[in-house]
Design a protein around this ligand. Sequence first.
Ligand code: GTQ
Length: 364
Amino acid sequence: MDMTLPPTAGQAPAPTDSAARKAFYNDISTFSMSPLWEVLHALVPTSPNTPCVPGFWKYADVYPYLMKSGQLITAEEAVRRVLILENPALRGQSCITQSLYAGLQVIMPGEIAPSHRHTQSALRFVVEGHGAYTAVDGERTQMKPGDFIITPSWTFHDHGHEGRVDANAPVVWLDGLDIPMLKFFDAGFAENHAEKSQPVTKPEGMTNYKYGANMLPVRGNSPFGQTSPIFSYPYDRTREALHELENHADIDAWDGVKLRYVNPLTGGSPMPTMATFMQRLPAGFKGKPYRQTDGAVYSVVEGHGSVDIQFNGKVTTFTFGPKDHFVIPSWHTATWHSAPGSVLFSFSDRPVHQALGIHREERV
Ligand code: GTQ
């Protein structure tokens, strides 16, 4: 390498042939450096250019494998018996978008998924089955289809299936975690509980009486830090609210009727890293197109419909029914349709976008 070149301030550089540039890149590479000008357009794009693609998991395709996994490994040996939903363009990275993890977890009657805790926040969205519970910080909550359940960061949690005679089918739920975000920040910690099931120290339902009746303790505290003190948002209440709003209130031209779940202490998202939503598309709904920076994962609760997803001139259409799952990546334009009506749960990393002041939405 010639270290004696004179400075050429104010002069345009002589045209450099690509071989000379390549040699230069090789030279600086020895010192762990690289030229910004080769990557600037990709590093600072004019608009988000995610490597993620839309992905769709039809429940009829997934279900036989969930059941088969139940014959191959116990929940106890697996710790969590989950089939990860991987973004088709990011195989091997255990993520559904660059910041979010999703998987379908199954627990068989009589099984226990042992107690542990980790700094990753988790949400459970119950897809089907009865008789399972999740325990969080000494309190159990029953898992019923359509319920949204939280595991706050660093709280011990275990899942179990009591296998009662009236409820002895496998229980399946969607796991949503901020695993890729904590990996990105290298901030993951985890440990196992000394016991398989943590001791139950509170009667079931106490948390929802304390925090879930539109009231709060007078000397309120925040038992789970930035996470909602409510860890179960039962579907019957969500469903009734959306149903009544659909019948008697204005319908949004883009979303139909869409509500976000809240932390009652703050009005913000239930977890610091993930927002959750439930949405009802009225019968005959033909939505207008919109896009937003937060890619979102969907679980279909009821009804049927379709979504057109458009990005860089390419259109993907997903036709969905109950228990199907799909992902709409960042800045992909979504347009909803439903002839019979539909109910959709979704989650995204929106609170992080909002905390950083970079969330954008464009409604066409
Ligand atoms: O239930 O704690 O799907 O720790 C992935 C990691 C579930 C859980 C997952 C987890 C869990």
